[in-house]
Structures are given as C-alpha cells and as structure tokens.
Design a binder for this molecule. Sequence first.
Ligand code: KG4
Ligand code: ZN
Length: 354
Amino acid sequence: MLVLGIETSCDETGLALYRGSQADPWALDPKNGIVAEMLHSQVDLHATYGGVVPELASRDHIRKITPLLNELLAKANCDLNDLDGIAYTSGPGLLGALLVGATFGRSLAWSLGIPAIGVHHMEGHLLAALLAPATNAVAPPQLPFTALLVSGGHTQLLNAHAIGRYELLGESLDDAAGEAFDKAAQMLGLGYPGGPEISRLAATGDPSRFRFPRPMTDRPGLDFSFSGLKTFTRNTIAEHQPLSSIDRADIACAFEEAVVDTLLIKCRRALAVTAHQDLVIAGGVSANNRLRERLAAKLDAQVHYPPLALCTDNGAMIAYAGWHRLLAGEQEPLAVVTKARWPLTELTPPAASL
Ligand code: KG4
Ligand code: ZN
C-alpha cells in the first residue's frame, strides 16, 4: 500500500510517500519504508518576526503544496494513479495551515477514488521512532512503552499502551519545552527556531557558572512548567548587561541543562510508574543532543528516538501513522475536519470505518 503523507500544521510543508504491506512495522522488507520525501521549511519567512505568523504560513503552504507534490512524484518515479491512500495532518496546529493540507489531501483522494485519513500530528511524531529508528544498534521499541513528546507546542509524558491508545501521565501547564527554547533564544538575540541555536551556543558554555531552576521537580507529579525558567533566564540576562559572548554561551548552557535535567527527572518518575523498559522521545526537541545523551546515560531504560530528520515536522511521519489506519480499513467521510486543539488521549486504535 503506497500512502502519500501531507504535513502542513505549522511552518513546514512536508510531503512523503510511504510504502507498507503488513501491520508489523519493524518487519524489514527493502520494498517497504519511506519511498521519497520533500520538505519546504518556512523558517526564513518567519525569521524576522521571531515566531510563526499564521496567515503567512497558510499562504506559503498553498504556494508550495502542488509543486512539492509534483517533485515528490517525479523523485519516486511514480504518478498519482500509483497512490493507494492519502494521509494528512488534521490537528492539532494552526487552523489555516491545517486546512491547506487537509482540503488538498481530502479532495485529491476523492478525485482519485482512494481513501483518505486525517492524522493526529503528535501521533505522527510518536510513531516516527518506529518508522525509522535512529540507530539499528538497538531493537525497535515494543509497545507498550513510555513516551516523552517534546515539540514547539507540546510537552507530554504518555503511556503508549498500543497504537492509538495513549494515556496521559503528565504535561506542561504553560509553555512547551520547544517554546521555552525559542523564547530563551529570542532573549539572547539568537535566530528562530531557537532550539538548535541554543544547543549550538550551549556547547561552548561553562555548565558550572550558573544554576537555573529545575521547575516542579521538588514536588511529586509528572507535570511540567517552563514559564518560571523563562523569567529566570530574562532576569539573569538583565543582571549581566551588556552580555559578552561568554555570558551568552554560559546562559544558553545553563538554560539547556535546566530543561534537559527537568525532562530527565520527570522521565525517570514516569518510568517508575509504568515499569516499562523502553522510552521513546519524539518531537522537535528530541533532536537535542544533550537530551539524548543524558537520557541514555542516566535512565534505567532503553531510549529510542527518530533519526534527526524525522524529529521535526515532516510528511513521512504522517504517511506512516496514516498507513496504520488505512491498512485497518479506517477512512474519512467526505467532510474535511481540522482541529486546532485535539488531545492525543481522544484517539482510538486503528479500526475499520463504518
Ligand atoms: O516538532 P516540531 O518540529 O514542531 C512542532 O510540532 O512544534 O518542533 C519544533 C520545536 C521548536 O520549538 C524548536 O526550537 C525545537 O523543536 N527544536 C529543538 C531542537 N531542534 C528543534 N529544541 C532543542 N534542541 C534542538 N536541537
Ligand atoms: Zn511537530
């Protein structure tokens, strides 16, 4: 089954073709897997604003989606008639941006007479670690596993009982981890997105100079809060004006250590609750090297994450998550449904549509 995946929930237009023939995602078959991918990032478009401008994002998705699809098909040496199904992100995300991919995907599927499926963006991120493990030195994660989803909009700890059956263990009460990285980067005069920029600068900083707080780790529970850390960062910057390049690197380092340590402490607690052997980290912040290193070194569990290119938004993760559902016979009616907010816990396992 050849599935076209379309991701337009935020500031990346991602299209990919995934071919799968069986329900066992880690059966190694060279004919299966990601056939081709195209990704257009809007980073330059939004850079001057320090964050994503929703209306500009929607318009750019409209401009890029058709040429990207044509390039994708050419790259894969196939045409529209080879498609067996289309999966598109239907939420959560920016409503206007979601509508571009969803209307495009739904109508294309209708015109071809093939099934379409709306995919939960965070389920896409979560399953990306199954689609292509970052290293084949470790066996792929087996469900059930514990998951840390860390992106620009979400910070969640989940018990993934099965595909489509997710129990929320804890989440951020305010800013998401990626958002905190982006805001701290902005305060330090770095570019957008802030995560990679902070990470680069932090590598040259002195971890012993500042100690930033590890929010909500002094009390029980699995929820997060990053807004206090943001204020602490702002105050530290204000106290050290004018900032030298050494100050900036040391602050970036202290900030990254605080976020990573906080995530580590909560992951350890979550694993104590679930008693799982596997932890999957996914979403943009799972690209963070320091986070990967620290979790792998300090947790009594096997840590899994997607390869770098599949950590941030992409079409392949949507094609793959959609494939699981299309394979089970699930499909959307003709109406185009998009949801700006959509709890992952509302999902159900893949099942045939009535
Ligand atoms: O998953 P994603 O691409 O989009 C959302 O669904 O939000 O995540 C984007 C977020 C941004 O906040 C970005 O700063 C963060 O992921 N990010 C990182 C790194 N790479 C991306 N954060 C920390 N370290 C990184 N290396
Ligand atoms: Zn995302």
